[in-house]
Ligand binder design. Structure first.
Ligand code: NAD
Ligand code: USQ
Length: 415
C-alpha cells in the first residue's frame, strides 16, 4: 500500500476518531496526535457529548483488542512546535490528516478571547505543521480539513477552490473569493492561504478539503461501547442535524434560526472517512495545493427540520418547529450552488441523507435520552451583541438568549 503511514491530527475528535479507525481497518499504519483540548473545553463550558465516550487510551486499547491493530498515540499540541516537531520526526508519516483545530463557529464568537484563541491556535497549528513538514517530512502529503463555510454564500456558483477570471482582456485561474461567516471560518481561510504559500515556496504537497456539516456515524465506531464516537448537540458545539434529532426526542421545538432559508452543504461521516481515504490515495504533485469540496448534498435549515419532523412524527414523537431569533449574522435566503465533482470523480459513492439515517440518529438520541441536559440546548452566543443590529434584532422578537458575562473569558460560558 502506498502512503501507508498516516498521522491523524485531532484523532480523538468526531471526524478524526472515525478516520483513524477507518484507515487502520484498511491496513494503514495509523498514529493519532491530539492534545485532548476538546474534552477540556467541554468540561470548562459545562457541556458534554450525548454519547459516553471512553478515554483515548481505552479507545485505542479496545481497537487493538478487537482487531489486533495498533494505533500510536502522541499527546501533543500542534500549536506548540516543540511538541509537534518531534512527533513528526518520530512517526515519519507519508500522509498527515489535519483535523486538530477549534471547530465551532459559536465558540469563536463568544468574545474577544475566544476569537483570538481560535485564530491563534488554528493558524499557528497549521503554520507549525507546514514548518515541521518542511524540516522533517518534505515528501509527506498534508490532507487539511477546511470548510465549505470559507466560501460564504456568494450569488454565483461556488467552484472547488479556484475560479477562472477574465479581467480587462486577460485571464487567470485564481483562488475563489472567500466570505466566511465567523472568526472560526476565517481561521480556515487564513490556513488555506498559508498552505498554498508553503506549497509554492517549499514544494510541499497538500489537499484542502472544504467539508460541509458532518452528521451520523461511521461503520467502525459502532462495534464496541469503548469505540463510541462523540455526538454534539449543545448550543456551542452541536451541529444542526444533531440538534434537531435531540430536540425531537426530548420534546423541545426544533430550533430553526430565523427564516431557515440558510442553505448549507452536508456529508455523512461514512463519506467523510471515504473522502479522506481517496485524498490520501491521490496526492497532488509537489508544489501544488489541490482543493476538493467535500460534501454530498445541500439543504436549507428549514428543509432539514421538516425532514426530522416527518421521521420523528412517524415514530410517535411530537416534533414542532420554532423559528427562533437568529443569534448569527447570516443570509436567511440566498442563492447556493456549490460544485463537488472532484471526489465523485475519484470514486466516492455517497450515502445520501435517508429517512433511515435520521431514524438511526433519533435511535441514538433515545438511547441516551437520560444524558440530555436541556440547559445545553439553547444557543447563548450572539454574533453581534450590543450593536444596533443586535438591539434591533432582539427588540423585534422574543427575548434574546442569555449572553455570557464579559468576564466569562475562556472558562465557563453558563452557570
Ligand atoms: P472535534 O472538536 O470533535 O475534534 C477536533 C479534535 O482536535 C479534538 O480531539 C481536539 O482535542 C483536537 N485539537 C484541537 N486543537 C488541537 C491542537 N491545537 N493540537 C492538537 N489537537 C487539537 O471536531 P470535528 O468535528 O472532528 O472536526 C474536525 C475537523 O474537521 C476540524 O478542523 C473542523 O474544522 C473540520 N470540519 C468539521 C465539520 C463538522 O461538521 N464536524 C465540518 C467541516 C469541517
Ligand atoms: N442552525 C439552526 N439551528 C440550530 C443550529 C444551527 O438553524 O439549532 C443553522 C445555523 O444558523 C447555520 C446552519 O444551521 O446557518 C449550520 O450551523 P451548524 O452549527 O450546524 O454548522 P456551522 O456553524 O456552519 O459549523 C459546522 C461545524 C464546523 C464546520 C461547518 C461546515 O461545526 O466545524 O466547518 O459546519 S460549513 O457549514 O460547511 O462551513
Amino acid at each position: 500500500m502506498a502512503n501507508k503511514r498516516v498521522l491523524v491530527v485531532g484523532g480523538d475528535g468526531y471526524c478524526g476518531w472515525a478516520t483513524a479507525l477507518h484507515l487502520s481497518a484498511l491496513g494503514y499504519e495509523v498514529g493519532i496526535l491530539d492534545n485532548l483540548i476538546r474534552r477540556h473545553w467541554d468540561a470548562t463550558h459545562h457541556i458534554d457529548t450525548l454519547t459516553p465516550i471512553a478515554t483515548i487510551d481505552r479507545r485505542i486499547a479496545a481497537w487493538q483488542r478487537l482487531t489486533g491493530r495498533k494505533i500510536d498515540l502522541f499527546i501533543a499540541d500542534v500549536a506548540e512546535y516543540g511538541q509537534l516537531a518531534p512527533a513528526i520526526e518520530t512517526f515519519a508519516p507519508d500522509s498527515i490528516v489535519h483535523f486538530g483545530e477549534q471547530r465551532s463557529a459559536p465558540f469563536s464568537m463568544v468574545d474577544r478571547e475566544h476569537a483570538v484563541m481560535t485564530q491563534t491556535m488554528n493558524v499557528t497549528g497549521t503554520l507549525n505543521m507546514l514548518f515541521a513538514m518542511r524540516d522533517f517530512a518534505p515528501q509527506a502529503h498534508l490532507v487539511k480539513l477546511g470548510t465549505m463555510g470559507e466560501y460564504g454564500t456568494p450569488n454565483i456558483d461556488i467552484e472547488e477552490g479556484y475560479i477562472e477570471i477574465q479581467h480587462n482582456g486577460r485571464r487567470d485561474v485564481l483562488p475563489y473569493p472567500k466570505q466566511p461567516g465567523s472568526f472560526y471560518h476565517l481561521s480556515k481561510v487564513h490556513d488555506s492561504d498559508n498552505i498554498s504559500f508553503a506549497c509554492r515556496i517549499w514544494g510541499l504537497r497538500a489537499t484542502d478539503l472544504n467539508q460541509g456539516v458532518v452528521y451520523g456515524n461511521s461503520n467502525e465506531t459502532g462495534d464496541d461501547p469503548e469505540l463510541v464516537n462523540r455526538f454534539d448537540y449543545d448550543g456551542l458545539f452541536g451541529t444542526v442535524l444533531n440538534r434537531f434529532c435531540v430536540e425531537a426526542v426530548v420534546g423541545h421545538p426544533l430550533s430553526v434560526y430565523g427564516a431557515g432559508g440558510q442553505t448549507r452543504s452536508f456529508i455523512d461521516l461514512r463519506d467523510t472517512v471515504a473522502c479522506v481515504e481517496l485524498s490520501i490515495a491521490n496526492p497532488p504533485d509537489p508544489g501544488r495545493l489541490q482543493v476538493f469540496n467535500q460534501f454530498t448534498e445541500t439543504f436549507s435549515v428549514l428543509e432539514l427540520a421538516e425532514r426530522v419532523q416527518r421521521v420523528a412524527t412517524q415514530r410517535g414523537l411530537t416534533a414542532t418547529i420554532e423559528h427562533r431569533e437568529n443569534p448569527r449574522v447570516e443570509r436567511e435566503a440566498h442563492y447556493y450552488n456549490a460544485k463537488n465533482t472532484s471526489l465523485l470523480a475519484l470514486g466516492l459513492q455517497p450515502h445520501l441523507l435517508e429517512d433511515a439515517t435520521i431514524a438511526a440518529m433519533l435511535d441514538l438520541a433515545e438511547l441516551h435520552r437520560d444524558r440530555v441536559d436541556l440547559a445545553q440546548i439553547d444557543p447563548n452566543v450572539q454574533w453581534a451583541p450590543g450593536t444596533s443590529r443586535g438591539r434591533n434584532a432582539s427588540s423585534a422578537h422574543a427575548p434574546s438568549p442569555i449572553l455570557p458575562p464579559a468576564s466569562a473569558s475562556l472558562t465557563p460560558l453558563r452557570r
